[in-house]
Design a protein around this ligand. Structure first.
Ligand code: G1P
Length: 297
C-alpha cells in the first residue's frame, strides 16, 4: 500500500571522537559550519523535502541539540527589545519544527540506533538522514537528496538508498552496492549491499552516502540483526536482507556531498560555505588569494 513519507530519523548518538577535545562536552552535531550547527543543515533538508516530523536519536552529552531547537525566552526578548529582527528570525526559525528526541543508552551501531525509532515510525515508510553527510548546502536551487528519494518512492513504493561514486581506495569507509546493470536515469536495482568491504572485494565504487528511504519492514529485520563490520549492528546488513524479500533500489546522487565527519572534510565544507556567506565571502576570497601568494613564495 502506498503511503506518504512524513517522518525522518536523525541518528546523533555517536561519540564524535574524531573531533576531540571539542566534542568532550559538546555534541559533534552542534559544531558550526561558519554560524550554523551541522545538524541544522540536516533538519533544513528534511523540511525542504516536505518531512513533517523528525526524531533525533541522541545519547550522552547531547543536551545542546535539544536546547538549540528549543525556545530561549531571554535571548528572544533581548533581540526583540534591541530591534534585531534579522537575528530574531534566525533564532525563531530553529524552534518552528516538530522535533522529537529519544536516547540510545547503549550505542550498538547504526542499525540499533534506527531500531530505537520503531514506535515513532509505526507502519509507515520513513527516511534516515546521517549527520556527517551534508548535501548541496551552497545550492539553494538543488532538489534536496531526501526529496529525490521521496520522489522515487512515489513511483516505485520501494525502499531507496542514496549512493555516490567514490574513489576506489576509499570504498572501505562506506557501505557499497553491487548494482544490477547500468541503472535507469540514476536508479539502480541492487544485487547486494556490503558494509565496509576491502577495496579488492568491493562489488563497485557506488557508496552509500547517508540518506535512506526505508519501508517499516526494516524494523523486523533489525530486531534480530547480528553485529557485522566493526562488531556493530549495521543498517547496511539489514537492508541487504530486506532486498531479498522486497525490492530495494539505489539512487545515484549527482550533486555535491560534504563529509563533515572528518577534519579535512569539515574544513572544506566551512570554506565552501563561507565563500557563499553574504557577510564574509568577499573578505575570505581576498584572504585566500593573499594566502595563495604567500604559499607561492
Ligand atoms: C555509515 C554507514 C555506511 C555509509 C556511511 C555514509 O558509516 O554504516 O554504510 O556508507 O555511514 O557516511 P559510518 O560513517 O558511520 O562508519
Amino acid at each position: 500500500m502506498k503511503q506518504k513519507v512524513k517522518k525522518a530519523i536523525i541518528p546523533a548518538a555517536g561519540l564524535g571522537t574524531r573531533f576531540l577535545p571539542a566534542t568532550k562536552a559538546l555534541a559533534k552535531e552542534m559544531l558550526p559550519i561558519v554560524d550554523k550547527p551541522t545538524i541544522q543543515f540536516i533538519v533544513e533538508e528534511a523540511l525542504k523535502s516536505g518531512i513533517e516530523d523528525i526524531l533525533v536519536i541522541t545519547g550522552k552529552s547531547k543536551r545542546s541539540i535539544e536546547d538549540h531547537f528549543d525556545s530561549n525566552f531571554e535571548l528572544e526578548y533581548n533581540l526583540e527589545q534591541k530591534g534585531k529582527t534579522d537575528l530574531l528570525k534566525l533564532v525563531n526559525d530553529t524552534t518552528a519544527i516538530n522535533l522529537h528526541f529519544i536516547r540510545q543508552s547503549h550505542p550498538r551501531g547504526l542499525g540499533d540506533a534506527v531500531l530505537q525509532a520503531k514506535a515513532f515510525v509505526g507502519n509507515e515508510p520513513f527516511v534516515v538522514m546521517l549527520g556527517d553527510d551534508l548535501m548541496d548546502i551552497t545550492d539553494d536551487k538543488a532538489v534536496p537528496l531526501t526529496k529525490q528519494l521521496m520522489n522515487d518512492y512515489e513511483e516505485t513504493h520501494a525502499s531507496t538508498i542514496a549512493v555516490m561514486k567514490v574513489p576506489h581506495e576509499e570504498v572501505s569507509a562506506y557501505g557499497v552496492i553491487a548494482p544490477q546493470g547500468e541503472g535507469v536515469n540514476g536508479l539502480y536495482s541492487v544485487d547486494t549491499f556490503v558494509e565496509k568491504p576491502a577495496p579488492e572485494e568491493a562489488p563497485s565504487d557506488l557508496a552509500i552516502i547517508g540518506r535512506y528511504l526505508l519501508t517499516p519492514e526494516i524494523f523486523t529485520i533489525l530486531e534480530t540483526q547480528e553485529p557485522g563490520a566493526g562488531n556493530e549492528v549495521q543498517l547496511t546488513d539489514a537492508i541487504d536482507t530486506l532486498n531479498k524479500t522486497q525490492r530495494v533500489f539505489a539512487r545515484e546522487f549527482k550533486g555535491k556531498r560534504y563529509d563533515v565527519g572528518d577534519k579535512f572534510g569539515f574544513m572544506k565544507t566551512s570554506i565552501d560555505y563561507a565563500l557563499k556567506h553574504p557577510q564574509i565571502k568577499e573578505d575570505l576570497k581576498a584572504y585566500i588569494i593573499q594566502l595563495g601568494h604567500e604559499l607561492d613564495k
